[in-house]
Design a protein around this ligand. Structure first.
Ligand code: MEV
Length: 424
């Protein structure tokens, strides 16, 4: 499929022109992209079936990040976000990464875990071993709940059992490990947990209480790495400052949280655009930021390689799916998946992690060099120029004037625009 993610001048096009360019670059039927119009996106009748007490639909801008190359494949990435600069920043990092081959990604098997809490077990250590002895029976019982998943090559794979001490007592906690294939998997594993709980409680000699997946999906990891060329970044001094900026995030929890928020700017935008569960991904991601010593740290690493370039790496749980839920029902999510051209949930998960790394790198680079406000201001100025009615020809002059005058405000934009229109 001859797709390209390089679309020079994309940001200077009108929305309609961008859609045409997207259709051409991603080789998609324009009819498929029609749902990107708010009037044709999510119908209120569909919204009414998705949640309760519906009174409306919230629009969020959907932008397209360009320049991504993931495992040699050109990818255009739809991102749903209300935050200015995010899409441009991800695209900029991807442009630098592609100089040295783009992003390289991988994933573990799509294993989700569900927990069954068993209370009142007189001999927890004995209960644990009785449950482990019953592994095959419990797995068979779980798999009987979802023959379709088993037919697709997934299903329950393993059990593990932990003893958890709490202020209210000691619990035997059974984990069922399930290969959920291309689903996010919450429904599948929760159904299995509820089905096996009575038998598990009987075997352990207690009472089953909670039966729910864990969002700490640490057996369902995706990873991305990329090399950012030292010369393209401005040389060794910039590389050194980026390494120092990243090192602070590794060492200091106050910086780590903000650093990781920058990662989530990219990740949540793609998760949302594809109709996946942003909270599940964020909760799992933050739990993964707890290092071996128990402290919260940065999810990514930026190191200098032997040639003086920066190697960026990111690994975190990525429980996203292609089937079920809003991914299946939301027309814009369907269009987003078509734009991405992904065939498996793992492929989607890996692109999401690559975007998180790109987003993170853009923020750390900006912070270690000119700061983030300059870039923010010019995008903010573009937004204001558009809202006061500047045409595509007027836009660059108006934006430049607002920044030069240090007055990025609608009233000033209106004055300058009127002036531009009356000056021959
Ligand atoms: C802003 O949304 C995100 C940043 O604060 C991330 C960071 O500080 O690394 C710029």
């Amino acid at each position: 499929m001859p797709r390209t993610s390089r679309v020079p001048g994309f940001r200077d096009l009108s929305v309609a022109e961008r859609r045409t360019a997207l259709g051409a670059a991603a080789e998609l039927d324009p009819a498929l992209l029609a749902v990107l119009d708010p009037e044709q996106g999510m119908a209120i009748s569909l919204a009414d079936h998705m949640i309760e007490n519906v009174v409306g639909v919230l629009g969020v801008p959907l932008g397209l990040a360009t320049n991504f190359v993931v495992n040699g494949r050109q990818v255009l990435v739809p991102m749903a976000t209300e935050e200015a600069s995010v899409v441009a920043a991800a695209s900029n990092s991807a442009k630098i990464a592609r100089l040295r081959g783009g992003f390289h990604t991988s994933s573990s098997q799509p294993i989700m875990q569900t927990q069954v809490q068993i209370i009142g077990v007189a001999d927890p250590a004995g209960g644990r071993l009785r449950l482990l002895d019953a592994r095959d029976e419990l797995i068979a019982l779980a798999n009987a709940q979802d023959p379709k998943l088993v037919e697709l090559g997934g299903g329950a794979r393993e059990v593990s059992v932990r003893i958890v001490e709490s202020r209210a007592g000691r619990y035997v906690v059974l984990h069922l490990h399930v290969d959920v294939r291309d689903a996010m998997g919450a429904n599948a594993v929760n159904t299995m947990a509820e089905a096996i709980a009575p038998r598990a409680a009987e075997i352990a000699g207690g009472r089953a209480l909670l039966r729910i997946l864990t969002n700490k999906a640490d057996l369902r990891l995706s990873r991305a790495r990329a090399v950012f060329d030292a010369d393209a970044l401005g040389g060794p001094a910039v590389v050194e400052d980026i390494v120092h900026a990243a090192a602070l995030a590794e060492a200091d929890v106050y910086r780590a949280v903000t650093h990781n928020k920058g990662i989530m700017n990219g990740i949540s935008a793609v998760v949302l655009a594809t109709g996946n569960d942003t909270r599940a991904v964020e909760a799992g991601g933050h739990s993964h930021a707890v290092g071996p010593g128990g402290g919260y740290t940065s999810l990514s690493r930026f190191e200098r390689d032997a040639d003086g370039n920066i190697v960026g790496t990111l690994e975190l749980p990525m429980p996203v799916g292609l089937v079920g839920g809003a991914t299946r029902t939301h027309p814009v999510a369907q269009a987003a998946l078509a734009i991405l051209g992904v065939r498996t949930a793992a492929e989607l998960a890996e692109i999401i992690v690559a975007v998180g790394l790109a987003q993170n790198f853009a923020a750390v680079r900006a912070l270690a060099t000119e700061g983030i406000q300059r870039g923010h201001m010019s995008l903010h100025a573009r937004n204001i120029a558009t809202t006061v009615g500047a045409t595509a020809e007027e836009l660059p002059t108006l934006v430049a004037r607002m920044i030069a005058d240090r007055a990025v405000r609608a009233d000033h934009a209106e004055r300058v625009l009127a002036e531009l229109r009356t000056t021959p």
